[in-house]
Ligand binder design. Sequence first.
Ligand code: ADP
Ligand code: MG
Length: 354
Amino acid sequence: MDEKLNRLKKNIEEQEALLAAKQCLGCAHEGMLVTTLDGTITEATSAAEHILETASAGLRGHSIHEFCTARDAYDEMSRQAVREERAWNRSMVVSAGDGKRKVVNMSIQRAGAPAALRLVHVFQDCTDLRTMEERLLQSERLATVGRFASQIAHEIRNPLNSILLNIELLEDEIAESNKEGRGLIRSVLRELDRLNDIVSEYLQYSRFPKPHLKRGRVDGVIQGLRDSFHARQGIQLTVNLAASTPELWLDEGLLRQVLDNLMRNANEAIEGEGTIELETDVMDRFLAIRVKDSGVGISLEARAKLFEPFFTTKSHGTGLGLATSQQIVFEHNGHLLVESQPGKGSTFSILLPL
Ligand code: ADP
Ligand code: MG
């Protein structure tokens, strides 16, 4: 009898603890969803319903895939969460009520006994603000690195220019008939050009200007880019613009710089034949500009460091393109998101607030 009573007492205590935990979660600003491994939602907090703008009928019984429509990104993260017990975190676009799309910061962690594994999703609506900390940290890092970069670039640029000038003079001195001599000079000039590009990238980064935001449309920037961009041979560039893109606050010159960086990366990620797609799309309170490539994709390890200054996997890369781009997008109060499937390609999305 005693034993039965004890068990009952313990049961009640457990229920009470569970209830208290649920009440706590009910107050949190972050949404929380628990799903089975096939994606069926078994628990949802009211913040989750608020963020996903679901009618009061609730989320239970629905599939998480109705909301996480970027299947590749979601499936990859949930697979990782099943494999390894830690919280996996990333920004992603979810589809809220009425098909409205929102940017959330989501973390997924597995929980429960192996026979009845569950996935716990905690997410935060970051439509309005991505953690200020993250932005501050990045801009401080950029400022320090920028000072070094600027010094080095200036030291290199002057001698580089005088070498360039002298080599061009030397080229004039060599007779047309001296094929070997002229060939050598041309290859030196090519390398000097490359060095010059690198130095320019450093300077572009270190002189990072404050944007002058004006109301305008992005169409002009994209058209200009379409006309001037040199896709490598075998690469097909397609441009799909939304039927009408709304006006937003932007610095055309800087946005062009971001798109140029993303397109150049896409070009470099494709080995042999492939495609680059540039598209715009209105999502909730944002205009999305996407650069999709069918290139090599980005490994998980690389993804964690992608936006760090000087991170590069290329033998001749500077690792400054994405760091600068992210900072410019932040200055527009926007987001720069990446989705990638190693071996299949990557999509970089610039989200600019309307
Ligand atoms: P860099 O191009 O000089 O290497 P970035 O900051 O532009 O510097 O890019 C950093 C790294 O991110 C690249 O070296 C590459 O590994 C990875 N990366 C960027 N864009 C892509 C892409 N579209 N596809 C695959 N990898 C990419
Ligand atoms: Mg680059």
